[in-house]
Design a protein. Structure first.
Length: 252
């Protein structure tokens, strides 16, 4: 009996709920439409605000790069100023850690001030029977991005977000060679990314340590600064304020 009553009640509940869904008064339809419109508007607002937020986040993550306004302003080709450098521009070949050629041709461009100091340092080396061999100089910003794309590891390549001092024309990758161009042992190859390339690494032959010290001492005396992990990399101290550039040198 109880079950019957319950069944009846259930039937009535289903009937009314169905009829309610089927027969919606006009005023309710209008209210529902209104509500759906409001929801749609709200959705559009949320999307807009999210887009705005994303844009502002992207703006934040974009580096404060102040671009070099004029194409080649302040840059010089070191070979136009001195014949005393050996050029071995590795990124114009595939003989580099990227295993890819990223420069169309081998040229060493730097800022005028950097060139002046490099020439002064080279003169000192030459008195001692050595000279500078250049592996890399100014690196266009677009090449930095290309390198990052090939090798996105901040330990090896400067993230284009902040740019590299090479992009400012104020960093050089160098080694020493004898005056006849023959090799001077620096303990590791250029772009050897391991502790053996660190300035503090001491488990090297005495001769190697002496070469690294001579390079460092002379470069520092002429306004350059080392970085901890690469014996070949030198930043021009006063060059940090230079702007990042993307001018590309001409190839004949
Ligand atoms: Zn470097």
């Amino acid at each position: 009996m109880v079950i019957r009553k319950l069944m009846g009640l259930l039937f009535l509940m289903i009937f009314f709920s169905c009829s309610e869904a089927k027969v919606i008064p006009d005023s309710n339809v209008a209210a529902l439409l209104e509500r759906s419109k409001a929801l749609q508007l709200r959705g559009e607002k949320v999307t807009k605000s999210l887009t705005e937020k994303r844009d502002s986040i992207e703006a934040l993550s974009t580096p404060k790069i102040s671009w070099n306004s004029s194409k080649e302003e302040g840059f010089v080709n070191i070979q136009n100023l001195s014949d005393d450098f050996v050029l071995d521009m590795r990124y114009a070949t595939s003989d580099n850690f990227l295993k890819e050629k990223v420069y169309s041709c081998a040229k060493c461009y730097v800022r005028k001030e950097v060139a002046k100091s490099l020439i002064a340092a080279n003169k000192e080396f030459m008195k001692l029977g050595y000279k500078i061999k250049l592996f890399d100089c100014y690196r266009p910003y677009s090449v930095q991005k290309k390198m990052w794309k090939i090798f996105p590891n901040p330990g090896y390549v400067a993230d284009p977000k902040g740019g590299s001092i090479h992009n400012k024309g104020a960093a050089v990758d160098i080694t020493l060679v004898k005056l006849d161009g023959s090799k001077v042992d620096m303990g590791t190859k250029f772009d050897h990314f391991g502790k053996e390339a660190h300035h503090a690494y001491a488990a090297l032959p005495k001769e190697v340590i002496q070469h690294r010290k001579l390079l460092r001492k002379t470069m520092e005396k002429n306004g350059f600064q080392t970085i901890r992990t690469e014996w070949w990399h030198y930043n021009f101290q006063a060059g940090r304020t230079f702007k990042i550039s993307d001018f590309r040198w001409e190839c004949e």
